[in-house]
Design a protein around this ligand. Structure first.
Ligand SMILES: [Zn+2]
Ligand SMILES: [Zn+2]
Length: 170
């Protein structure tokens, strides 16, 4: 629990605006608060009721750590909120990671499919080359056949007059 002024219940935050003073009995208050207390015609310490006089108030100065004016409760609340925010971010990151992993799995599968398609395409290409070779071979055979047919026709033509002569003779 932070040290606080028993008159106003506020914690000493070390700011220069909130001057602090001690009475001879040793009890410490905000200077403004204790001045008001004595101005209300009190003549005793608010804490221990021993007779006192504001003239004997001793100003206290101390190096307080840099304070944002935040109470411990506010600080705890802020830190809890920051923690909740961080947890939320962490969950978002996790969800994102799951998404990315799914994408990677999907892409890997696609890659596998493409590799298989590529293999099939290469096989088809090899087959195509073979078929082209066979086609060329067939074309050569056909050309050869055509050539032979032409020669055969020529031979027949050459033979025909002889046939006719033979027929005439007989
Ligand atoms: Zn006070
Ligand atoms: Zn006192």
């Amino acid at each position: 629990m932070p040290l606080s002024c028993s008159i106003c219940q506020l914690a000493y935050d070390g700011s220069s605006e909130a001057a602090i003073g001690a009475l001879p009995c040793g009890h410490v208050f905000h200077v403004d608060c204790v001045q008001k207390w004595f101005n209300q015609l009190n003549d005793t310490c608010p804490d221990c009721r021993s007779k006192s006089d504001p003239k004997n108030l001793l100003r206290l100065f101390f190096d307080a750590p840099q304070n944002t004016g935040e109470t411990f409760e506010a600080q705890a609340f802020r830190l809890e909120q920051e923690l909740a925010e961080t947890r939320k971010e962490l969950n978002e990151c996790k969800a994102n990671l799951v998404c990315k992993n799914n994408t990677i799995t999907f892409l890997e599968k696609q890659n596998e499919n493409l590799t298989q398609t590529s293999k099939a395409a290469r096989l088809a290409m090899v087959k195509n080359i073979e078929m082209e070779k066979q086609l060329k071979f067939l074309e050569e055979i056909r050309a050869n056949r055509d050539h032979l047919a032409t020669q055969l026709a020529l031979l027949k033509d050459r033979k025909r007059p002889a046939d006719i002569e033979d027929r005439d003779i007989s």
